[in-house]
Design a protein around this ligand. Structure first.
Ligand SMILES: [Zn+2]
Length: 548
């Protein structure tokens, strides 16, 4: 990510490809104290810029010209743009103006801790946060509290101020240091790791120092405050490609759900899989900790709740919230668990992406509204992060020279289409099967959508009957086989999201079209399994009935 300069003052530089490499730092106690002090000053500086910027934003929005600019219809984009630009200019609400503001705010004692360029990047950060508010993309910009602190700071370049250097070390292998003020903080470098070696062979654009909370002060690599430091190097070039990751040439249709994925290549094996099912137990542990923290917060702060246990409205001059030791410990535990979960999810995503890319490099899928999903299937989306999976896939496919086509859902409506008769029939969510009187199906609906996507024309992206007649003959059996395999794995005990239409015990073909909520079925919980077994008979279709 490069820093964007203000459009009206300097033309944007052409972007070069970048990638990142993260290296842990071996920080001594004295260094940790000094770095902590610098970051604390950085935090205060960021808050000062944010506060001054917020005032500018408020004044700008209070100006009658702001309402006038908003009233300009969107059909006149030039006028609208010019009106807003004039306002921004007048009130100094631009990245460039914030840099000027930062110059004024970076006074004597601050300057000792904060280099001019670091102050500039912090000002850019404050501007970006406020600009999101200005554009209506965020409700408000947050100040960094003392307890949470500023956890990262970055330079813009690698020749002055905070910078990363390689120096001759032992055994002919260079040693890397993060230089900041008078401190030389050694980075821990594993030269045998090809990813690290590849990264360090590239030019460093700029370094970013990141502080992370360890699970406890006794954790490995943590300082006395229980904090770890790492340096993220932003490098010029392309990331390392592991040679084991071969790239296939097939065309693949994907259907991504909040907790499942259907993969239908034109030739290779079809798959229907749950997404990140391994994460469910950890996600549950995090929820337990969340509830525990809520109890601890209540116990330590009874004055903040009324007699019915509802939180009181926050008044000016109200006593501060207290954090008990137990609460702080739970918070650290939760943060650690969340970090592990995120790392685990990332590795699962990486595996899935490479399994897909190994088969084919042309991928078609429907563009999905992740915001809408978040509202409907919050917990599944939070755990499986399908949006992140798509982003990961997009990056990987692009770096291997393939394409990921995301076709608009509104025009394609693959989940409603039947290629046998060319009709669009809306299926309710619980209906996991595509079965049409024209003779197509029954087939699991995610697999069917992915099949339609695989043979879609990305340019036209409107499904048509003629295109699918021939491929269907070859594909039908493969789709059914993939579904049978999923059923078999479910029978062997793998947890499947209910959205796949597979329940574990005795799962068979269209027997249970109504078991279709998006929550995972936790078979390990006794009570839940019992409840599941004794569920009321579904109102859905009986086998053999038609869906239209
Ligand atoms: Zn049909």
């Amino acid at each position: 990510m490069g820093t964007r300069s203000s459009e009206e003052h300097t033309p944007p530089k052409p972007k070069t490809p970048t990638f990142q490499l993260e290296l842990p730092l071996a920080v001594e106690a004295g260094q940790a104290t000094r770095v902590g002090a610098h970051l604390e000053v950085g935090r205060q500086f960021y808050n000062a810029v944010l506060s001054a910027g917020q005032q500018r934003l408020r004044r700008m929005r209070a100006d009658p010209a702001w309402q006038a600019a908003r009233a300009i219809p969107r059909t006149q984009p030039q006028e609208r743009k010019a009106a807003f630009a004039a306002l921004r200019e007048r009130y100094g609400f631009s990245e460039y103006a914030f840099h000027e503001l930062a110059k004024g705010l970076r006074v004597s004692w601050l300057a000792e801790h904060l280099d001019a360029v670091l102050a500039q990047t912090l000002a850019s950060r404050a501007y970006r946060a406020l600009n999101r508010v200005c554009l209506g993309k965020a409700r408000r910009a947050r100040f960094k509290s003392k307890s949470r602190g500023l956890d990262s700071i970055e330079n813009k370049r690698n020749d002055t101020g905070m910078r990363f250097v390689l120096q001759p070390g032992t055994q002919g292998r260079p040693q890397g240091y993060l230089l900041w003020h008078d401190d030389h903080i050694p980075a821990i470098i594993d030269w045998d790791d090809p990813v690290v070696a590849h990264g360090l062979a590239h030019e460093v654009k700029y370094p970013r120092l990141v502080r992370r909370r360890a699970s406890s002060p006794r954790a490995r690599g943590a300082d006395r405050q229980g904090e770890r430091y790492v340096v993220q190097l932003v490098l010029k070039g392309l990331p390392h490609h592991k040679p084991k990751h071969a790239v296939g040439t097939d065309t693949i249709g994907l259907d991504l759900g909040p907790a499942s994925i259907a993969i239908v290549p034109r030739q290779a094996e079809v798959r229907l899989e749950p997404l990140c099912a391994e994460l469910a137990p950890n996600a549950r542990a995090i929820r337990h900790l969340q509830r525990q923290m809520e109890r601890q917060r209540r116990a330590a702060n009874p004055e903040h709740y009324d007699e019915k246990g509802r939180p009181r409205k926050r008044a000016k001059g109200a006593p501060r919230w207290k954090q008990s030791r137990g609460y702080q410990a739970s918070r650290r535990r939760k943060a650690t668990k969340e970090r592990r979960l995120a790392a685990h999810r990332k590795s699962l995503h990486g595996r899935m992406v490479h399994e897909i890319v190994r088969v084919g490099h042309t991928i078609l899928t429907e563009k999905i509204s992740y915001k809408g999903w978040q509202k409907r299937y919050g917990s599944s989306v939070g755990r499986c992060a399908p949006g992140m999976l798509i982003d990961h896939l997009r990056r990987t496919v692009a770096s291997t020279g393939g394409t990921l086509h995301e076709v608009p859902t509104r025009s394609t409506k693959l989940s409603q289409f039947c290629h046998g008769c060319g009709t669009f029939v809306k299926k309710p969510l619980w209906q996991r099967w595509h079965r049409c009187p024209c003779g197509i199906g029954p087939v699991q609906r995610d697999l069917y959508s992915a099949f339609l996507a695989a043979f879609l024309d990305p340019i036209e992206s409107i499904p048509s009957c003629a295109r699918y007649v021939i491929p269907w003959e070859g594909a039908e059996a493969r789709l059914l086989a993939a579904h049978e395999r999923a059923i078999q794995r479910a029978n062997e005990g793998q947890v499947m999201p209910r959205s796949m239409g597979i329940s574990r015990a005795g799962a068979r073909l269209p027997k249970s079209p109504s078991e279709a909520t998006q929550e995972l079925l936790f078979l390990s919980k006794r009570g839940k399994v019992e409840a599941w077994k004794h569920r009321p008979e579904p109102l859905g279709l009986r086998p053999g009935e038609s869906s239209v």
